[in-house]
Design a protein around this ligand. Structure first.
Ligand SMILES: *[C@@H]1O[C@H](CO)[C@@H](O)[C@H](O)[C@H]1NC(C)=O
Length: 215
C-alpha cells in the first residue's frame, strides 16, 4: 500500500509534466502549418496574378500580330498591279495636226485593274515605284513619235522613228522608265502631231506597266 502510494505520488507530477511537453510541439507545428498555409496561399495568389499579367501581355502581342498580318495582307493585295495592252487590229492612227491620246484597246494582262482600255490611261492605285515600257510600230515613210506622259501634260520620256527610207519598211521604237507615282497619278501615251503609228494584229505596239514596290 505504502509502496503503491509512493509510486502514485511520484507518478502524478511525472504524468502532468509530460502533458505540457507534448502541447508545445503541437502548438509549434500548428503555427508552422499556419505559416505554411499563408505562404502557399500567397504563392498561389502570386502565380495567379502573374498568369493574368502574362496573359494580358500575350493577348496584346497577339492583337499586334493580327493587326500586322491584316496590314501585310492589304499591302500584298494592293501591290498586285501589272498590265500589258496592245494597239490591236489593223490600220493606222494619224497623222493629224495635234497630239492624240493612244488607246491600247487590246488588253493582254490587267492585274489590279488600274489600266483603263477605254481611255488608254493607267491610274496609280497606291504610292510606289512603277516600271513602264512602250513600243511604237511604224512605216518608214512617215515620222512616228510617242511620249509617255504623267497627269496629262508632264512628259516622262519619248520614242521616235524618222521617215526617209523608201520604199517604206516596218520600224519599231521603244522606251522604258521607272517612275515614282502618288495615288491617283495617271500615265498614258500620246502620239505626236503630224506623226503616224501602226495598229497590227501582231501587237507590235504595246504599253506595259507594273508596280515594282510600295513606298
Ligand atoms: C496597321 O495599319 C494601321 C493603319 O495604317 C496602323 O495604324 C497600325 O499601326 C498598323 N499596325 C501594325 C501592327 O503595323
Amino acid at each position: 500500500m505504502t509502496n503503491n502510494a509512493v509510486i502514485q505520488r511520484t507518478k502524478q507530477p511525472d504524468s502532468s509534466g509530460s502533458d505540457s511537453s507534448w502541447r508545445r510541439p503541437v502548438l509549434v507545428v500548428a503555427v508552422c502549418l499556419g505559416l505554411l498555409y499563408v505562404l502557399v496561399l500567397a504563392g498561389i495568389i502570386g502565380i495567379y496574378v502573374q498568369n493574368v499579367q502574362s496573359n494580358e501581355a500575350l493577348e496584346s502581342r497577339i492583337a499586334a500580330l493580327e493587326s500586322y498580318n491584316v496590314n501585310q495582307t492589304i499591302r500584298n493585295t494592293v501591290s498586285q498591279v501589272a498590265f500589258t495592252a496592245a494597239l490591236g487590229n489593223t490600220g493606222y492612227i494619224g497623222p493629224v495636226g495635234y497630239d492624240t491620246n493612244l488607246v491600247f484597246d487590246e488588253v493582254i494582262t490587267n492585274i489590279g485593274g488600274a489600266y483603263n482600255s477605254k481611255t488608254g490611261v493607267f491610274t496609280a492605285p497606291v504610292r510606289g515605284v512603277y516600271f513602264f515600257m512602250f513600243t511604237g510600230h511604224s512605216l518608214s515613210d512617215t515620222n512616228m513619235g510617242v511620249s509617255l506622259v504623267r497627269n496629262g501634260n508632264i512628259i516622262i520620256c519619248k520614242t521616235f522613228t524618222q521617215s526617209g527610207v523608201f520604199p517604206s519598211r516596218h520600224e519599231t521604237a521603244s522606251n522604258s522608265v521607272t517612275q515614282t507615282l502618288e495615288v491617283g497619278d495617271q500615265v498614258n501615251n500620246v502620239l505626236w502631231a503630224n506623226t503616224m503609228i501602226n495598229k497590227h494584229p501582231n501587237r507590235y505596239t504595246t504599253f506595259v506597266g507594273q508596280l515594282l514596290f510600295l513606298l
